[in-house]
Design a protein around this ligand. Structure first.
Ligand SMILES: NC(=O)c1ccc[n+]([C@@H]2O[C@H](COP(=O)([O-])OP(=O)(O)OC[C@H]3O[C@@H](n4cnc5c(N)ncnc54)[C@H](OP(=O)(O)O)[C@@H]3O)[C@@H](O)[C@H]2O)c1
Length: 365
């Protein structure tokens, strides 16, 4: 007997390292999604800054995705491949209008554009357009969340759409599960995390007297570094994550924005410090921290990012290379640490898939 699949059409906005890894993964798991969740997730729209928007209601196949992906340039898709059926490609500035259009052929926005640490735009506008039109959104982009999450959630509550962003924090390390299932009751008092794989790899290389530039080049080649690597090295990426984690885990009365998060990056680390620390039996790590201070009306939440020298018996000191980890201290559950070992960009793609499956599974029917 033929099984009826639920089809959730995807609009991918941004199609770089994460997008390519994600569509490759979708192809590999399509049969399992159909079998296990009765779910089909065709890509019906793709947009990038340089390539514009391509729409095909019947699904965009891998050949046309390959023409866009990676080093998208006007030349790469010009003349843009004709849509088999559906609208012809349009320029990226019309993207918000497309995403807001109730007739646009997509059900879920997967927002994976370049990080914009200063205001989260234009990604936040894309997400607003999709949520406002009742579409669910999955994003790997920290900027719009760190600056606008409360507003975006309020918009989603009105339209009935849902917003998920596991990939934005620590790839497929299940950060949302902390509140949903690991610590469902009681307060989380503090967190400390190694939340940026690129800088952790650089500090680990420096501890072995290897060059930080070489480690950065390796992270870039692996698709891990931000498009502008200063967003990693100056601690912007970690500060955005500290903001989102503080709002998610520590529940401040007024949400934090990155402007309230003190930030120091690798510019505060001398060339010698990591190797000298290693000789002392310690490790230098770039940590994102957050904590609750005071009680009742005096209760405040603060978060900050900076390099610290940790003794080797600190569990975060043991997390080297491209690994990431998050340690939390909760009111009743004590201290626990989640570690993601040596995360490749495929695990960011997997985190997006985790969110898509969660949306399909928890869909109001
Ligand atoms: N790479 C990772 O390991 C990782 C891990 C977790 C989270 N993330 C986050 O995931 C997102 C994507 O990362 P990535 O590594 O895939 O970046 P990337 O390789 O630099 O790709 C970014 C994509 O976004 C497109 N884009 C940029 N601005 C746009 C705009 N205004 N409108 C439409 N498209 C736009 C780019 O188009 P053009 O190529 O035409 O400029 C490109 O296709 C970022 O926010 C990043 O912080 C990445």
């Amino acid at each position: 007997m033929a099984v009826t699949l639920e089809t959730r059409r995807l609009a991918l906005v941004g199609y770089g390292a994460v997008g390519r890894a994600f569509t490759a993964l979708l192809e590999r798991v399509a049969d399992e999604l159909a079998r296990r969740y009765r779910l089909a997730v065709p890509v019906t729209a793709v947009a990038t800054r340089r390539a514009g928007l391509l729409v095909d209601v019947e699904g965009i196949d891998r050949v046309r995705l390959a023409a866009i992906g990676g080093h998208g340039s006007p030349e790469a898709v010009s003349p843009a491949p004709a849509a088999r059926s559906g609208t012809p490609p349009v320029a990226a500035p019309g993207l918000s209008a497309f995403l807001a259009d109730p007739a646009a052929p997509y059900d879920v926005l997967v927002e994976i554009t370049t990080q914009s640490p200063r205001d989260g735009e234009p990604a936040a506008s894309y997400i607003r357009a999709a949520l406002g039109s009742g579409r669910d959104v999955v994003t790997a982009n920290k900027g719009p969340l760190a600056w606008h999450e409360a507003e975006l959630r309020a918009l989603a509550a009105v339209s009935g759409a849902r917003l998920r962003y596991e990939a934005a924090l620590m790839d497929c390390l299940p950060t949302h599960a902390i509140r949903e299932s690991i610590v469902p009751v009681g307060r989380i008092l503090s967190f400390a995390g190694i939340v940026n794989a690129t800088t952790n790899a650089m500090l680990s290389a420096m501890a072995q007297r290897r060059s930080a530039a070489e480690a950065l080049a390796e992270a870039q080649a692996a698709g891990l570094a931000e498009a502008d690597p200063r967003h990693d090295t100056e601690g912007h990426d970690a500060a955005l994550k500290a903001t989102i984690l503080a709002n998610l885990l520590l529940e401040p009365q007024v949400p934090l924005t990155p402007a309230a998060v003190a930030r120091r990056g690798l510019d505060a680390v001398s060339d010698e410090w990591p190797a000298e620390a290693a000789q002392r039996g310690a490790r230098v790590r770039l940590l994102a921290r957050g904590e609750v201070c005071g009680e009742g009306a005096e209760r405040t939440v603060r978060a900050w990012v900076g390099p610290e020298e940790l003794p080797l018996d600190d569990t975060l000191a043991l997390v080297g290379g491209r690994s990431m980890a998050l340690r939390i201290h909760s009111e009743y559950g004590g201290r626990l640490q989640l570690t993601l070992l040596d995360a490749p960009v495929e695990e960011t793609a997997y985190a997006i898939l985790m969110d898509l499956v969660a949306l399909a599974r928890d869909r109001p029917r």
